[in-house]
Ligand binder design. Structure first.
Ligand SMILES: Cc1cc2nc3c(=O)[nH]c(=O)nc-3n(C[C@H](O)[C@H](O)[C@H](O)COP(=O)(O)OP(=O)(O)OC[C@H]3O[C@@H](n4cnc5c(N)ncnc54)[C@H](O)[C@@H]3O)c2cc1C
Length: 512
């Protein structure tokens, strides 16, 4: 039955971002909140991506919350099922269950400028909240390209993030579309059982070996007995990546050596020079996400695999046709074609102070103050918002920085007292974004000679953070009220809302 609930904070999504926000709210003494989740369980990415071979590219001692260390990770790079179980555990241990509302897809949220709160319509009833934390994830809405003829394909079609476990791939002729992070995990997992695998590759990725191993019982015992050893391990993993990022952001020319290592990795498994040529990227390593696999190239060298160095352009009956004319008859098509990243569906559903949606406001490209606040959307904050992505380290570090910002945001509202809302000043958002984009100019993501999902339709990089995680942590330590307009409820007959004073130009610090 439809219901209405009024809360202080509504968190949307129950992946790392949403659950992290929920833990942080409780730690700040806020218990009047709900977590609205469209699915039937927690986990986000790690619930939805259950494809064969799905695993993390960042060691789990780093890809986990600092406040919830897990001494029992079974492998250096954990598989999906272990990360999902970890998030279930976090939901239990931190007492989050009473706050979770499942099957509650947010359809629309509208800012009520009179009441200073968000009205939220969901599949499980309506809610109103003083503050919204949007943690819907940048990689949560799968993207399937519009391929002519796909609708009339008689076989099975699915996306890597919506794996059909009822479909038996054994003995089937399968087309795998895409060569991104998911595809390179799927290929070696399914290659031994399918009759034929045709891989459609628009652009070859750079692939480095994955040094994965089981974590021994002795190591785990040590981590359990001496918790600081888990912290030390995490610190080391973090420090290495923190140093690496300098090459991506400041000195892309130094990445040539890493390219040689990646080429050697390929040459070890791929003996056929023609296939090697097809698999060799023509852009700087790091421009697209560097992929980790020790099984991908050996799988491609198997006789039941065809690598088509061209994208899928058409489907004719059960025949898949590449842009270069290569064709194959298949029983199933698996899309490893990524997600709606720079055109997040949630943005269509957020209606701000002037009646415009976030998607309309972001027509020229996504931008948010410190990756969190969009101008015209008071008391609305996003976790992993624009320009918070990482090319080489753990997104959990960025999420935790944003949780610090969220905590201070709520503290500032409390200090202001009474009914109040904070709206990012357009000047502050623009200043922040300008500094981010200026720094982006020399990074490998912008200079490396590739097209990637980091770039939006205008060719602007609105996804990646062009600095170290330490710099981001510093930039999100606290909320600078000068960057926000303080909104008070309209005074009856007084005409309009009360602001906090004149516009102040803010030179936001984007790193040092
Ligand atoms: C296959 C894969 C591998 C990855 N590997 C790595 C890695 O190695 N290292 C790394 O740092 N990152 C990796 N990532 C990125 C990963 O997405 C982030 O690290 C992190 O898990 C994101 O957490 P999140 O909570 O922000 O989003 P998500 O985990 O995507 O959670 C978002 C949640 O919001 C819910 N939601 C969305 N829209 C609505 C709505 N309208 N109403 C209600 N609920 C909604 C979704 O159902 C979902 O549960 C990977 C991503 C994928 C897809």
């Amino acid at each position: 039955m439809a219901q209405h609930e009024q809360v202080r904070v509504a968190v949307i999504g129950s992946g790392f971002g949403g659950l992290g926000a929920a833990v942080r709210l409780r730690r700040e003494g806020i218990t009047d909140f709900v977590v609205l989740e469209r699915a039937g369980g927690v986990g986000g990415t790690w619930r939805d991506n259950s494809y064969p071979g799905c695993a993390c590219d960042v060691p789990s001692h780093l890809y986990s919350f600092s406040f919830a260390p897990n001494p029992d990770w079974p492998r250096t790079f954990s598989g999906q099922e272990h990360i999902r179980a970890y998030l279930e555990h976090v939901a239990d241990v931190f007492g989050l269950r009473p706050h979770l509302r499942f099957d509650a897809e947010v359809k629309r949220m509208t800012w009520d400028a009179e009441a200073l709160r968000w009205d939220i319509e969901t599949a499980a009833g309506s809610f109103s909240a003083d503050v919204v934390v949007s943690a819907t994830g940048p990689l949560s809405d799968p993207k399937i390209p519009d391929v002519p003829g796909l609708d009339s394909f008689p076989g099975k079609v699915f996306h890597s993030a919506r794996w059909d476990h009822d479909y038996d791939l054994r003995g089937k002729r399968v087309a795998m579309v895409g060569t991104g992070a998911s595809a390179i995990q799927i290929v070696p997992a399914v290659q031994p059982e399918v009759a034929r695998l045709t891989l459609f590759q628009r652009t070859p990725p750079w692939v480095m070996p994955r040094v994965d191993r089981g974590i021994s019982a002795a190591e785990r015992r040590l981590h359990r007995a001496l918790p600081f050893t888990t912290q030390a391990r995490r610190g080391l993993l973090w420090g290495i990546r923190e140093l690496q990022v300098q090459a991506f952001t400041k000195r892309p020319d130094e990445l040539g050596l890493v390219e040689s290592l990646a080429k050697r990795n390929m040459a070890r498994a791929i003996k056929d020079p023609a296939l090697r040529a097809r698999l060799t990227p023509d852009y700087r390593i790091g421009c697209k996400r560097i992929l980790l696999s020790s099984a991908y190239y050996p799988a491609l060298a198997q006789p039941n695999v065809d690598v088509v160095a061209s994208g899928l352009s058409e489907v004719r009956g059960s025949t898949v046709v590449a842009a270069d004319g290569t064709s194959a008859e298949v029983d199933a098509i698996i899309f490893g074609t990524g997600f709606h990243v720079t055109d997040m569906p949630i943005a269509e559903r957020v209606v701000g102070a002037d009646g415009r949606t976030l998607a309309e406001s972001w027509k020229g490209g996504m931008e948010a103050l410190r990756g969190a606040s969009a101008a015209g959307f008071p008391n609305w904050m996003t976790i992993i918002g624009p320009n918070t992505g990482l090319g080489n380290s753990s997104m959990i570090l960025m999420i935790e920085s944003q949780l610090n910002y969220l905590a201070d945001y709520l503290r500032q509202l409390r200090v202001l007292g009474g009914r109040a809302a904070l709206d990012a000043r357009p000047g502050a958002v623009a200043a922040w974004n300008h500094r981010v984009q200026e720094r982006m100019k020399r990074t490998v993501w912008n200079t490396g000679g590739c097209t990637s999902w980091y770039l939006d339709a205008n060719g602007r990089n609105t996804t990646i953070w062009p600095g170290t995680t330490t710099e981001f942590r510093r930039a999100t330590r606290r909320v600078d009220l000068a960057e926000y307009e303080v909104i008070r409820p309209p005074v009856p007959g007084g005409g309009g809302t009360g602001g906090s004073g004149g516009e102040k130009a803010v030179d936001a610090e984007v790193g040092a």
